[in-house]
Design a protein around this ligand. Sequence first.
Ligand code: SAH
Length: 282
Amino acid sequence: MPDTVVPIGPRSAIDSKLPYTALKPGEVALVGAGPGDPELLTIKALNMLRQAEVILYDYLVSDEILSLVSSDAILVCVGKRAGAHSVPQHKTNQLLVDFAKQGYRVARIKGGDPFVFGRGAEELEVLVDNGIGFQVIPGITAASGATAYAGIPLTHRDYAQTAMFVTGHLKDEDSTVDWSTLARKNQTLVIYMGLMKSSIIEQQLTQYGRSEDTPIAIIERGTQASQKVIYGRLSQLSELSTQAASPALIVVGEVVALGKKLAWFDTETAETKNAQAKLSGQ
Ligand code: SAH
C-alpha cells in the first residue's frame, strides 16, 4: 500500500482519533450544512449538530441532514418550507439569543456556507451585542458543490482564470453592480438567486461584452438526488430560467461546456441510496 493511503479502520477508531470540539451550554454554533447531500457535511458540522440541544434551520437544509441531529433536540424552522411563512430576521435573532441565554447548546444551521449570501454575519453581530459566545463552521457553498456534481470546474487553465460569485437579488437600476466586471471574458460567473432576474442578467452581460454564445448552465437542487442541470447559451438564459425552480444556480462561462463531458453524478443511484437509508432507519 502506498504511504499516502491511510487505512481508516472501524468507525470508532476514526472517532477517537479526532480532536472533537465541544459546544458549550449557552453557546451558538453557526453551521454550514452544504448544498444538500448529507455526505458533504463536514465532520465538525456533524459533531456540532449531534451536540446541539436546539437547532434553528431554514428551508435550504435537506431532510436527510435534519435526520442526523440528536433525537432529543428541539428543531425550530425559521425559513420558508412547503408554503409556511418565513420568520422575520429579527425574530430569528431573538430566538438565538433567548435559547442561548437559557443555557441551551444551540446550532444555527444554514444551507451551503453561512457566510456566503447567508446573513450569517448579521446573526453573529446580535450575539456579540448580547455577550453570547459562538463558533462558525464553514460549509461547502452551492457554487462549489453544485458545479462539482455537475462536472463543471469553476476554473480551468484554458478557459477561466477567475471565478466570481454574485447574488441575483439586484435592483433593476442597481448602480452598485459593475456589469463590465461581471461580463469579463475568461471568467466563470456563478449567480445565486438569479432566476427572477435572469432577463436583466442576460441583457446586461451581453451589453457589456459577454458573447451571446457563452455556454450557461442552470443547476437546480445541486448535489441532491433530484439534481437537474439545464444547458444552453447566454442568449437563452431568461427563456431557460422559466423551466427551472429554486434553489438553482446560474453558471456562465466556457467551463460549462466541460460539464457534458465530465458529468458523473448519477441521480438514480443517489435516490436508491436515500431510499435504502430511510428503510434501514439510518
Ligand atoms: N449560504 C448558501 C447560499 C444561500 S442563498 C450557500 O453558501 O450555498 C440561496 C441560494 O443559493 C439559492 O437561491 C440558490 O441560488 C443557491 N443554492 C443553495 N443551495 C443550492 C443547491 N443545492 N443547488 C443550487 N443552488 C443552490
